[in-house]
Design a protein around this ligand. Structure first.
Ligand code: SF4
Ligand code: SF4
Length: 396
């Protein structure tokens, strides 16, 4: 039986049904769409991809355009639609958009910052068909989180939003962007997510775009990254809630190197599921649509493949040259290009672009030395397993 993803699986969690031929995807199904419904935001986070401010931002899609767009999405695919921003709750027609998407059978989820949520609004979101929200906690305490978010009181605001979601019965997950600044606090943030009753905790690795560029020096090193992902995998096996490393593509390598783990029940089930996903989905199963309708492989990879005002999304998704390049793993360069895990990992194309200027270059924050792609193994397999490759967990 096919295992369906949770309503919200960050950017990575889809079942891996893509098929490859010699490293090239035969068909790309849009499984997840992040839609920046507005760029306006009431916070000013240091690592914001969109460098969002209070705005206003001219040229945002009108209600009519937004509703027509969601119809267009549903006409060719059934992705999880992440309503994001900026702060999506600053869009006055957000409930209407959510309702239309849900009525069309799309799995609608949302990424508010929590500070504007009330119990009443959370109830309205649930009734409009929002299946889960994500709220970011970048620290386990006020000082760390507020410094990240650039606004005093953001921590209390996020916790208040979480309280409202709980009261309204709206499922939520906690997201954390990891940098040198909060790395030591990560165990406490995960504990806090568990205590708060989150459905899941998703750990994101910093991608230095937007305002995050100024935090480049705060990105953790490839070695710290590797150690953190191994630690997170250990937590995942024993956590009562779902833990997921997102935009950390080599986590997929680590899962295959380490095997499914020993825990029975929840952890093992999730682990098996994790192993059926791909690391970076940008352009292969996921895309991003900006507040003015520009289509990008992901929000962090600031390269435009088209605009939905000028061309329908299905034709951009299927025809854009950039998407085609990202789907052809044989074009990847450096260590990613010769890596036996490139089909399941692929490295972060946005980090490659930001740090080298070439989105096909190797992932700068991976320390793995590939053993080489075997054409026999990569041909016809969308997903390679650690067992197939005879590799072992470096941590064992
Ligand atoms: S390019 Fe990087 S940030 Fe974008 S989806 Fe891939 S891993 Fe995530
Ligand atoms: S070398 Fe590239 S493809 Fe291989 S594990 Fe590292 S990031 Fe992934």
């Amino acid at each position: 039986m096919r295992h369906l993803p949770e309503p919200w699986e960050g950017i990575l969690c889809i079942s891996g049904r893509s098929s490859l031929s010699g490293g090239r995807m035969k068909r790309a199904e849009l499984r997840m769409l992040a839609w920046e419904v507005t760029r306006r935001c009431n916070l000013s986070c240091l690592h914001c991809r969109a460098s969002a401010q209070d705005g206003p931002y001219p040229g945002e899609l009108s209600t009519e355009e937004a509703l027509a767009f969601i119809e267009e999405v549903a006409s060719f695919a059934a992705p999880v639609v992440i309503l994001t921003g900026g702060e999506p709750l600053l869009r006055p027609d957000i409930l209407q958009i959510a309702e239309r998407g849900s009525a069309l059978g799309l799995r609608m989820v949302m990424a508010p910052n929590g500070t504007l949520l009330t119990t009443e609004l959370a109830r309205e979101l649930r009734e409009a068909g929002i299946q889960r929200i994500s709220i970011s906690l970048d620290g386990a305490r006020r000082g760390t989180h507020d410094a990240f978010r650039g606004v005093p009181g953001a921590f209390e605001g996020a916790l208040g939003g979480i309280r409202c979601a709980k009261e309204a019965g709206l499922p939520f997950q906690i997201n954390t962007t990891v940098t040198r600044r909060n790395l030591q606090e990560l165990p406490r943030i995960v504990e806090l997510a568990q205590r708060l009753g989150a459905e899941a905790h998703h750990m994101f690795m910093l991608v230095p775009t937007g305002r995050g560029k100024e935090m480049r020096a705060e990105a953790i090193s490839a070695e710290e990254y590797e150690r953190t992902l191994h630690w997170y995998r250990e937590q995942q096996l024993r956590s009562p809630i779902h833990l997921k490393a997102t935009c950390a593509p080599h986590y997929q390598r680590i899962l295959r190197q380490c095997g499914p783990g020993e825990r029975k029940g929840f952890g093992q089930h999730r682990q098996v599921f994790e192993r059926t996903t791909r690391g970076c989905l940008a352009g292969t199963a996921f895309c991003f649509v900006s507040h003015v309708g520009d289509v990008q492989p992901c929000g962090y990879l600031e390269l435009t493949c088209g605009n939905i005002r000028r061309e329908p999304l299905p034709s951009i998704w299927e025809g854009a040259g950039l998407f085609k390049e990202l789907r052809d793993f044989r074009r990847y360069k450096g260590r990613c290009g010769r890596c036996e895990f490139r089909a399941v990992c692929g490295g972060c194309r946005a980090r490659a672009y930001e740090m080298t200027g070439d989105y096909l270059e190797e992932e700068p924050l991976c320390s793995y030395e590939p053993k080489g792609v075997s054409s026999d193994r990569s041909r016809g397999h969308g997903l390679l397993s650690g067992e197939d490759l005879g590799v072992r967990c470096p941590g064992k």
